[in-house]
Design a protein around this ligand. Structure first.
Ligand code: NDP
Length: 234
């Protein structure tokens, strides 16, 4: 299988890359910084690819280099500073959405023609449990913003990503695509201080992404899954 992982130079993306290479797949480790990308590719045994998901020219150049693609893992993402909605300025909102939402759409649409040539096309969107409206508002709201942290730009960007997962999944179902979103759980990465302090190992989340990348033809699509394989509420 040929796989492309965005934001592959660190954290969960690097572990997804490592595990997919170990499983015998050809993996493009896409990174916006050429040096960081080369280092991660060398470490994991992947092919380096420069790709800034917010830059149309960078995306177009990456599409030119990748002739075959079965799986796209939209992993690249950025956090915010934990702002409440009332403290949010639209520049912050735009910056976070630029990577976490618009970047996913731009990269996905650019690679769709290549993915459509695959016999088993898969798209895995690395979302977040904090974007789940069900978990934010349910009977035991583990992500109520008063206890689970505000991060209104980041969290709403992941809610938007979940919505896009449904729309892409439904649009592409008849073509055999499996398009799913993953809530990776809190992981110790560069993403935010809380994650770095309290997070579990990124490899555990990566294993869940790898399962979604390798879904069988009768596997689910347009779904949202937690890292432990259970269905997550939208
Ligand atoms: P990291 O910060 O380690 O990884 C994020 C990756 O995204 C980095 O490689 C970063 O590159 C890359 N990236 C950021 N902006 C761009 C861009 N414009 N173009 C290309 N790459 C970009 O954090 P994580 O591994 O934790 O994050 C991976 C995904 O997991 C994210 O989508 C995040 O939202 C999600 N997630 C993480 C959780 C956690 O607890 N860690 C929990 C829930 C979801 P660079 O090094 O150049 O900045």
């Amino acid at each position: 299988m040929h796989v492309l992982v965005t934001g592959a130079n660190s954290g969960i993306g690097k572990e997804i890359t490592r595990q997919l290479v170990t499983a015998g797949h050809t993996v493009w480790a896409a990174a916006r910084d050429p040096e960081r990308g080369r280092a991660a590719a060398a470490e994991t045994g992947a092919r380096p690819l420069v790709l800034d998901v917010t830059d149309e020219r960078s995306i177009a150049a990456a599409v030119e280099r990748v002739a075959e693609l079965d799986v796209l893992v939209n992993n690249a993402g950025i956090g915010d500073r934990g702002e409440q909605p009332a403290d949010l300025d639209t520049d912050t909102l735009r910056r976070v959405y630029e990577t976490n939402v618009f970047g996913v759409v731009a990269v996905t649409n650019a690679f769709l023609p290549t993915l459509r040539r695959s016999a088993r096309p898969r798209i895995v969107n690395i979302s977040s449990g904090t974007g789940s409206l069900g978990w934010s508002t349910g009977p035991n709201p583990q992500f109520d913003h008063r206890t689970g942290g505000a991060a209104a730009a980041y969290r709403s960007s992941k809610t938007a990503l979940n919505a896009l997962t449904v729309h892409y999944g439904q649009m592409l179902a008849a073509e055999g695509f499996k398009v799913n979103a993953l809530a990776p759980g809190l992981r110790a990465t560069n993403l935010n201080a809380r994650a770095a302090e309290l997070g579990g190992v990124p490899g555990e989340a990566a294993a869940a992404a790898v399962r979604l990348a390798q879904l069988a033809p009768d596997g689910p699509t347009a779904g949202f899954f937690s890292w432990d394989g259970t269905v997550a509420p939208w």
